[in-house]
Design a binder for this molecule. Structure first.
Ligand SMILES: Cc1cc2nc3c(=O)[nH]c(=O)nc-3n(C[C@H](O)[C@H](O)[C@H](O)COP(=O)(O)OP(=O)(O)OC[C@H]3O[C@@H](n4cnc5c(N)ncnc54)[C@H](O)[C@@H]3O)c2cc1C
Length: 467
């Protein structure tokens, strides 16, 4: 008899949630983690530290620009960057310790070391001191996540040429920060450093920011960020960074080709995306198939082509999001315990935690048009929402897209303060197959920003009240 029912490799949001859910269902579970702390990218160098800095820098900016308008006199706010970093680190520490506590509580055994699949049913753990041990198990779930995507010829030193990891630990505010990539991570971390005093220039290969997001949302969001002082160089690419001098010299070229120019910067943040991480796992030796982007191929039950080996989270296809990884972790644990685990990929929200926030769930207008689905759009701006007016947060709008025939909600897109919390209502509605009419007839507390969601639902039927 193998010692374990399940060994999870990787303790990020996919892995740790999977382990806990499997243990709840009575499985004997072990987790193998190569880092010294649990929680993966998300808790250590992703969601949690970035949100700590976004929150602190947002308050810093508010204290400097908004307090006086509301009659609060606190003088010019002063930045104590080491203290802000300590606040962030304490937040991370509390969260990663929380995972260790949950492992103990649920009797999940944790092993520190690099996990390698020696064969189906056998995981070898190599500790930092070189010690090796092999654990036997009925099933293996690979949850090894992702790593920073690199630009050829540009060496990340995490000091001046940084990935998101280095951008979370800068020890001074750069005079000028050049961000390569206008995706979620580039815009979030660019926002942090702009608020703290950096000039921020974002270079993006495509002709739009936030590729994949509803085009109207992207356009309006870009205008808002520009108003805040972020400069965009779209349809452009960074082809080299010269780090020889005191300041970095980035070579920027038009994407379709043409004359290059040099932009000087103190820090360059490479934020062009993330790639699945499978190093050291021994996938090839056991014959686990990967696709042309290095992602582990799984069936709808998260099973790979090798019996007894499953994969979830950033290491498989789909949006690289912590809650997507968690949902998959729960689903695969339930499947392994003989239940019917399932993830509804049509209702996974996506949030950009800038100010204002951008939050979307479901289909964009472009996707509906491309699929030939007839829809009605209802839109409501925060300028017409009473609470947004008194909060001085009138930037943005809510847009609801509903099937023209059935009125079923197909997509919800929000740009606005607190959009990340508001999108939960839309995700629940979509999970329940709600119509726009259902949202429109649901009582929303007054005065709240969520009334804009109700008004957008009313607008689908061309009957919003406050417009
Ligand atoms: C700066 C930044 C901000 C982000 N913000 C958000 C956000 O706000 N919201 C959101 O939803 N997502 C966010 N993400 C994405 C999110 O972090 C990932 O989608 C999520 O962490 C994926 O979870 P995972 O469990 O698949 O993998 P990871 O979290 O990457 O965890 C994988 C774990 O596996 C371990 N591992 C790898 N190989 C081995 C091995 N062979 N043996 C043992 N252990 C191994 C790694 O050390 C790691 O701990 C952010 C990412 C970054 C970089």
């Amino acid at each position: 008899m193998p010692a374990y029912d399940l060994i999870v490799i990787g303790s990020g949001p996919g892995g740790y949630v999977c382990a806990i859910r499997a243990a709840q269902l009575g499985l004997k579970v072990a987790v193998v983690e190569k880092d010294t702390t649990f929680g993966g990218t998300c808790l250590n160098v992703g969601c949690i530290p970035s949100k700590a800095l976004l929150h602190a820098s947002e308050l810093f900016e508010e204290a400097g620009h908004m307090f006086q308008r509301m009659g609060i006199g606190v003088g010019e706010p002063k930045l104590d960057l080491p203290a802000m970093m300590k606040f962030k680190d304490e937040g991370v520490d509390g969260n990663v310790k929380g995972v260790a506590f949950l492992f103990k509580k649920n009797k999940v055994e944790a092993f520190t070391g690099i996990g390698r699949i020696a064969a189906p049913g056998h995981v070898e753990v190599v500790s930092a001191d070189g010690r090796r041990q092999t654990l036997d198990t009925k099933a293996i779930v690979v949850a090894t996540g992702s790593d920073v995507a690199r630009l050829p010829g540009i060496d990340i030193d995490e000091k001046r040429i940084v990935s998101s990891t280095g951008a979370l630990t800068l020890d001074e505010v750069p005079q000028r920060l050049l961000v390569v990539g206008a995706g979620v991570i580039g815009l979030e971390l660019g926002s942090v450093w702009r608020r703290l005093g950096a000039e921020v220039i974002v270079v993006e290969f495509l002709d739009r920011i936030l590729p994949g997001i509803d085009a109207e949302v992207g356009r309006q969001f870009q205008r808002i960020l520009q108003k805040q002082g972020v400069t965009f160089r779209l349809s452009s690419k960074v082809t080299a960074v010269d780090a020889a001098g005191k300041r970095l010299k980035a070579t920027v070229e038009p994407a379709p080709g043409g004359a290059a120019e040099t932009i000087e910067a103190d820090v360059v943040l490479v934020a062009i995306g993330r790639v699945p991480y499978t190093q050291g796992l021994g996938l090839e030796a056991v014959g686990v198939a990967t696709d042309n982007r290095g992602r582990i191929v799984v069936d709808p039950h998260f099973a790979t082509n090798v019996a007894g080996i499953y994969a979830i989270g950033d290491v498989i296809a789909g949006p690289m999001l912590a809650h997507k990884a968690e949902d998959e972790g729960i689903a695969v644990a339930e499947i392994l315990a003989g239940q019917a685990g399932h993830v509804n990929y049509d209702a996974i929200p996506n949030v950009v935690y800038t100010f204002p926030e951008v939050a979307t769930v479901g289909k964009s207008e472009d996707e509906l048009k491309a699929a030939g689905i007839a829809y009605n759009a209802g839109k409501f701006p925060f300028t017409a929402n009473g609470r947004a007016k008194v909060n001085l947060t009138t930037d943005g709008f809510v847009k609801i897209l509903a099937d023209a025939r059935t009125d079923r909600v197909l997509g919800v897109h929000i740009v606005g303060a607190d959009a990340g919390n508001m999108i939960a209502e839309a995700a629940v509605a979509m999970e329940f197959g709600a119509a726009a009419e259902d949202i429109a007839r649901t009582s929303h507390a007054h005065p709240t920003l969520t009334e804009a969601v109700k008004e957008a639902a009313l607008a689908v039927g061309k009957r919003s009240i406050h417009m």
